[in-house]
Design a protein around this ligand. Structure first.
Ligand code: NAD
Ligand code: ISD
Length: 428
């Protein structure tokens, strides 16, 4: 039986090694449906877009980063889908879904029936208009979610040699794009409302390390304020950015990374939602037993935290995809998903990983004042290590902090934990 893969751009969410088993069943996988017109390429690894794709030399380009190369697995080119009996439907959206009837209606007017549905619709970038600012359509205002956004960003970079960019947002997109702009010799000012960058994850002390490094590379920070309006030239290009604190900045280009919203629209009123996403159990099954949800759109139980989380990261996307497939194919052999959240980023020559939960007291180790150093932190909650961050570690050291957050060892003496530093994790 053929699989219908309804794909819209950048859907590594749907694809895992086990994906090839799918063609034994009748499946439908919905992926990134809202952007369906913007790209006609087979699923790819989105993390490349804010990193290697933006480099001035030897930039990453398709087909090199089709899924699943990021997981060190086979590269799934269009030929792969053909050879494995997977129908790859590009440039087609789903207009409506009827989970009771188990049907989908596509933008081409086709009705598709399914036995199981895996929702991997991901999320969409929040637009400035949602905060009352107009101008997202200007050609030098760039978002970054899919490959067409990345192409637009590359064009803007190439049209602004030695120019000025304002990066709005201090999260993953803001930090990774700012680093790429600097590497492209563009002057960068970052603007975000919080007191420090990466506020969802990092403590002020860790964030300060990265901000100082960025400053040493010429990046300016304007914190505690947001964009208020743009000025445009007669061609509709943004020339100036005015901030709510009154600052006016002259720009050649603007990059916006102000967060995402899960694409749940098709299923609202049909499936139970939680944390802004589709609520699923430990098998990734939604409130309708034939419908599964994975990746950024799924709110799943994180056993170790005793609550549901919606995780926006490639690692949970890959692993949730694999687990959902296994839940469907081998329900008797598949247990509840047991996952420790993992996040990472690479900018300039820096590279960090974080595992677990950033809750509780923070214990730092290493030299956070020296650029290029190895340092880290543990989060200790209710007497147990629940989270661990490490900058500049080796593979073995990252494995050690991952293991530590899985085992959650008890810690009584925080001073002793600080003294042992990375050695504590290595010895666990
Ligand atoms: P984010 O949630 O990481 O950061 C959003 C940032 O925008 C925050 O700093 C926030 O304060 C700021 N912000 C919100 N409203 C604002 C406003 N009106 N003006 C200025 N700043 C505002 O989201 P993102 O950076 O847009 O990233 C989008 C998605 O891509 C996330 O899901 C992220 O996890 C993912 N991503 C991850 C990686 C990685 O894991 N390495 C890399 C790139 C993207
Ligand atoms: O690692 C990443 C990355 O670069 C993304 O864009 O995870 C994300 C997504 O938010 C997962 O969809």
């Amino acid at each position: 039986m053929t699989v219908t893969l309804l794909r819209l751009p950048n859907s590594w969410l749907t694809v895992s090694k086990d994906f090839r088993q799918i063609y034994e069943l009748q499946y439908c996988i919905l992926s990134n449906l809202l952007d369906y017109n913007s790209s006609l390429v087979a699923p790819y690894e989105r993390p490349a877009l804010s990193k290697g794709y933006l480099l001035p030399e030897a930039a990453a380009r398709l087909p090199s980063f089709h899924t699943c190369v990021g997981a060190n697995e086979e590269r799934l080119t269009p030929k792969w889908y053909k050879e494995h009996g997977v129908e790859l439907v590009l440039g087609t959206g789903v207009k409506s879904a009827d989970v009771k009837r188990k049907t989908l209606l596509t933008t081409t007017g086709e009705t598709i029936s399914y036995k199981f549905l895996i929702i991997a619709t991901g999320a969409r970038a929040l637009k400035l208009e949602e905060f009352g600012v107009n101008g997202s359509d200007a050609e030098n205002v760039c978002y970054l979610r899919d490959i067409s956004d990345a192409n637009r960003l590359v064009n803007a970079i190439q049209s602004s040699p030695g120019g000025n960019a304002v990066v709005i947002g201090g999260g993953y997109i803001g930090m990774e794009c700012a680093a790429s702009l600097v590497i492209n010799k563009i002057n960068v000012t970052m603007v975000f409302p919080e007191a420090h960058c990466m506020a969802r994850l990092l403590t002020p002390k860790i964030a300060s390390y990265y901000e100082e490094y960025y400053k040493s590379r010429g990046v300016k920070f304007i914190k505690g304020t947001v964009l208020s309006s743009f000025d445009f030239d007669s061609n509709g290009k943004v020339t100036d950015v005015t901030l709510r604190d009154g600052t006016k900045l002259s720009v050649d280009m603007v990059v916006v990374g102000i967060g995402i919203r899960p694409n749940t629209g098709l299923f609202e009123g049909q499936l139970t939602l939680e944390k802004g996403g589709i609520k699923v159990n430990g098998m990734f099954q939604s409130s309708n037993s034939s419908v599964y949800a994975i990746g950024d759109v799924a709110a799943f139980p994180v056993k170790a935290f005793g609550e549901k989380r919606r995780l926006e990261h490639v690692d949970s996307a890959r692993k949730s995809a694999k687990h959902a497939v296994s839940s469907i194919m081998e329900p008797d052999k598949t247990g509840e998903f047991d996952y420790i959240p993992f996040f990472y980023s690479r900018v300039f020559t820096l590279s960090w990983q974080f595992y677990g939960d950033n809750a509780g007291e923070v214990v730092y180790y290493g030299d956070l004042s020296a650029s290029g150093s190895t340092f880290g932190a543990y989060w200790v909650n209710k007497g147990h290590v629940v989270g661990a961050f490490l900058e500049g570690g080796t593979r073995e050291e990252y494995e050690a902090i991952a293991k530590t957050t899985t085992l959650r060892p008890a810690v009584e003496d925080l001073t002793e934990l600080e003294r042992q530093g990375l050695g504590f994790a290595v010895a666990v």
